[in-house]
Design a binder for this molecule. Structure first.
Ligand code: NAI
Length: 244
C-alpha cells in the first residue's frame, strides 16, 4: 500500500509549477488530491495527470468565505482533509521606494492571508480528528531577505511565523505544521528573471543546478507522510545549499 493511501490532500495554486508537481507527487503516494486553482481549466489539467485520484476546484485564496466553502465541498466529495498544502503565491517585485500600495497588499493578501484563510478552514476538523498535516510553501528569501522583494520576503517570513505559531497551537491535537522554503526553482515565476540575475544566482548554488518543482514536491511528500510524525514547526530549506 502506498504511504498516503486513503488520505485526502488539498493543494492550492495547483495548476502549474510547484503546485502541480506537489499534486502529482501526493497523488503518486496514494492520496486523493483536491487540486485548487483560480480557473477550473487550470485545476482540471493537473487532475488529468493524476490518473483518477483527485478532483478540480476553483478558489481564489484571498477570498476567506470561498476558502471555507472549498474545504466543506472537498470534505463532501472526497472526505475529511488530512493534508493541506498552501502553495499559491505571487511576486510583485520592485525596490522599496517604487513599491506601490497595491504591490504590497496583493502579495501579502495572497501569500500570507491566503494561507491563513485555508488553514483556519481546515483546523477545526483536523483538531477534532486529532490528526492532520499542513505544509506551507515559503521561500529562502523569507529567511534571508532579498533586494527588490521587500513585500514578498515579508509575506514569506510572515508565513514562517504563522506556521510556527499554529504548530504550537495544534501540536497537542496531533496536527503537524511545517514549512518548505525553496530556493531558485525553474517555473513560470522565475522564468522572467533577466539572464544576469540567473547567472548570479546560479553561482551561489553549491549543488550546481537550479531546482525543479519535483525537488520541492519530494520534501512536501516527506512532511505529509509517515516518516515525519515527530516533526512540527520546522522550516525545510530546498535550495541546493544556497542558504546554509
Ligand atoms: P507559479 O507562478 O508557477 O504558480 C503559482 C500558482 O499559484 C499558480 O497556479 C497561480 O495560479 C496560483 N495563485 C496565485 N494567486 C492565487 C490566488 N489568489 N488564489 C489561488 N491561486 C493562486 O509559481 P511557482 O514557482 O510554482 O510557486 C509556487 C509557490 O512556491 C509560491 O508560493 C512561491 O512563492 C513559492 N516559491 C517559488 C520559488 C521559485 O523559485 N519558483 C522559490 C521559492 C518559493
Amino acid at each position: 500500500m502506498s504511504e498516503l493511501e486513503g488520505k485526502v490532500a488539498v493543494v492550492t495554486g495547483g495548476s502549474r509549477g510547484i503546485g502541480r508537481a506537489i499534486a502529482c507527487e501526493l497523488g503518486a503516494a496514494g492520496a486523493a488530491v483536491a487540486v485548487v486553482a483560480r480557473s477550473i481549466e487550470g485545476a482540471q489539467a493537473t487532475v488529468d495527470l493524476l490518473e483518477g485520484k483527485g478532483a478540480a476546484w476553483t478558489c481564489d485564496v484571498t477570498d476567506a468565505a470561498r476558502c471555507t466553502e472549498l474545504i466543506s465541498e472537498v470534505q463532501e466529495e472526497l472526505g475529511p482533509v488530512d493534508i493541506l498544502v498552501n502553495n499559491a503565491g505571487i511576486t510583485r517585485d520592485n525596490i522599496l521606494v517604487r513599491l506601490k500600495d497595491e504591490d504590497w497588499e496583493t502579495v501579502l493578501e495572497t501569500n500570507l492571508r491566503g494561507a491563513f484563510n485555508t488553514t483556519r478552514a481546515v483546523a477545526r476538523g483536523m483538531m477534532k480528528r486529532r490528526s492532520g498535516r499542513i505544509v506551507n510553501i515559503a521561500s529562502v528569501v523569507g529567511l534571508t531577505g532579498n533586494r527588490g522583494q521587500a513585500n514578498y520576503a515579508a509575506s514569506k517570513a510572515g508565513l514562517v511565523g504563522f506556521s510556527k505559531s499554529v504548530a504550537q497551537e495544534l501540536a497537542a491535537r496531533g496536527v503537524l505544521v511545517n514549512v518548505v522554503a525553496p530556493g531558485f526553482i525553474e517555473t513560470d515565476m522565475t522564468a522572467q528573471l533577466p539572464e544576469e540575475a540567473r547567472d548570479e544566482l546560479f553561482g551561489r548554488i553549491p549543488l550546481g543546478r537550479f531546482g525543479a518543482p519535483e525537488d520541492v514536491a519530494g520534501a512536501v511528500r516527506f512532511l505529509a507522510g509517515p516518516a515525519a510524525t515527530y516533526i512540527t514547526g520546522q522550516v525545510l530549506v530546498v535550495d541546493g545549499g544556497m542558504v546554509m
